[in-house]
Design a protein around this ligand. Sequence first.
Ligand code: MN
Length: 259
Amino acid sequence: MRILVANDDGIGAPGIKALATALARENEVYVVAPDRERSAMGHALTLHRPLAAEPYALDPSLAGAWSTTGTPSDCVKLAVGAILPHPPDLIVSGINRGPNLGADVLYSGTVSASLEGVINGFPAVAFSLAAFTDRGYAQAAEFALSLVRQLQTRTLPPKFLLNVNIPALEGEPYAGVRVTKLGVRRYQDVFEQRTDPRGRTFYWLAGEAIEAGEDADSDVVAVRSNYVSITPIQYDMTHYPMLEPIKGWNLQLEAPVQA
Ligand code: MN
C-alpha cells in the first residue's frame, strides 16, 4: 500500500519516525510533516503566506520525506495536491505524543491531519500514544502496522476515520483492543495570571483533564485500563435531532426585506 504519514509534533518527533519506519517494512511510505511542533492547532490552514517544503532525511527505508512550514492540515493538503508523485491509498498521522481522547479531537492537529485526508477522499487513521512520554512508540508502531494490514482487507466507507489511542507500554502487553466512543474529557482550565517585565498582565493556559464520570465504553476509560482504543469518527457535526424542532421555531424576518 502507498501510505502518507503526517503529524503535529514535527518531523523530528520520535512518534512519526517509529510509525513511518514500521509501516515502511511492508508499504511504500511518504512522510510530509511540519518542520516544528504544531500541536493543538486543530484544523488550521495557512492562506496568507506561502508554504515551503524541503526534502528531509528521515530514514532510508522511506519512499520520500519532506518537512514543511505548514500546519498538520497544510501538510496533508500539500502532500496530496502537490508533493506526492501518486495519490496515497491511506493517510495516517502520529504517533502523537500524548492522548487524543474525547473533545481533544477538536483541538488535535494529529486528528485534523487525518481528517484532512478524509475530506480529500482518502481513508485515514490518527494514532496517539496515551501518555506524554518517550517510552512506548516502538510497540505502538507495531500495533499500527497490524491495524494497517487489517485495513487492507476491509472496505471502508467514505468520510470516516479511525482515532486510535495506544497505551504507553514497552515490553508489556496491552490489556486488549476496545472499539469505543468518544468520552467527554473536560478540562479544569486554569489560567495562570502573571506580569511581564513591562508591567503588562498575561495569562497562560494550564489545567488538568477531568476524567471522572466517563462512560464505561468510552475511549478515556479504555486507555486508562491499558486497552488500545479505536474510535470511528466523522466530521459531520450536524445535530440531527434538532433539525425538525428548529424548523418549527418562528423564524420569519421581522420586517419585509427592502428591494
Ligand atoms: Mn502533538
